[in-house]
Write a protein that binds this ligand. Structure first.
Ligand code: 1Q0
Length: 215
């Protein structure tokens, strides 16, 4: 019999993929990081074409990383740590002026990772939301606290317009494919706070001392 399972993707799978990014010596494996992002893009695309300008940017950034991993220097792109060391040692990152290396792995990963911070904030709001909560409000609050800081007004404007077309809370819970809303909330509860504690990551606060704030 033909299985329809191939087309089913669940938030659990995506979370699992991100979890296995962390190697035993606490390095972050790029292969799984990229795979996790591919999963997120599938979610985004399932939400409708209004979000395609957003997912296109994510896809092109994923592709930049994939090309680096497959390229001549690919062996240096096994983990985020080896990537940063390689690109810094070889002056492949724009640190003082922009433009020489617009597609460095460091720059690209930083942008993707800021977007993950948005997702973390958004999912936390979704988890603690109630029936009458508006996804557009949760989304833009999360956006304003994270990605918006790094976007020029034209992008912020476009993003704000896209948020208007977000499906409701029930659709989000549904599209995650993990079961009832209670099960979704349970899954999301094994979230950021615990993860941060487990990996000994200091709690991030808006503003100072955050590497996400680099150029
Ligand atoms: C579901 C709706 C998604 C809402 C995402 C909020 C973020 C909006 C960001 C809008 C910006 C898009 C366009 C381009 C921006 C670039 O200028 C910017 C900077 O790059 P550069 O090369 O010009 O310097 N790019 C970025 O900042 C990267 C942004 C990537 C956006 C990825 C959005 C994250 C989506 C995550 C998955 C959504 C899954 C939702 C469902 C979850 C429930 C299972």
């Amino acid at each position: 019999a033909v299985s329809t399972e191939d087309q089913k993707f669940t938030l659990q799978e995506v979370l699992d993929t991100f979890k296995i990014c962390l190697s035993e010596n606490k390095e972050v494996l790029l292969e799984h990081y990229v795979a996790g992002w591919r999963g997120l893009v599938r979610f985004m695309n399932s939400l409708g074409s209004v979000f395609s300008f957003i997912s296109k940017d994510a896809v092109s950034k994923i592709q930049i990383l994939v090309n680096l991993m497959k390229g001549e220097g690919g062996a240096n792109y096994l983990t985020i740590q080896s990537m940063v060391k390689y690109e810094m040692d070889n002056q492949l990152v724009d640190l003082t002026k922009k433009g020489s290396f617009p597609e460095s792995g460091c720059r690209t990963l930083l942008r993707l990772h800021r977007a993950l911070r948005w997702l973390e904030l958004f999912l936390e709001r979704l988890r603690t939301s109630t029936d009458d909560s508006k996804t557009s409000a949760m989304c833009s609050e999360a956006y304003n606290e994270s990605l918006a800081q790094y976007h020029p007004w034209i992008i912020r404007k476009a993003a704000g317009t896209a948020f208007w077309y977000l499906p409701g809370r029930a659709v989000f819970f549904d599209v995650m494919n993990v079961g009832s809303p209670e099960q979704v909330i349970h899954l999301l509860a094994s979230g950021p706070e615990q993860r941060a504690d487990r990996f000994g990551v200091a709690k991030r606060s808006a503003g100072s001392g955050n590497w996400l704030d680099m150029d």
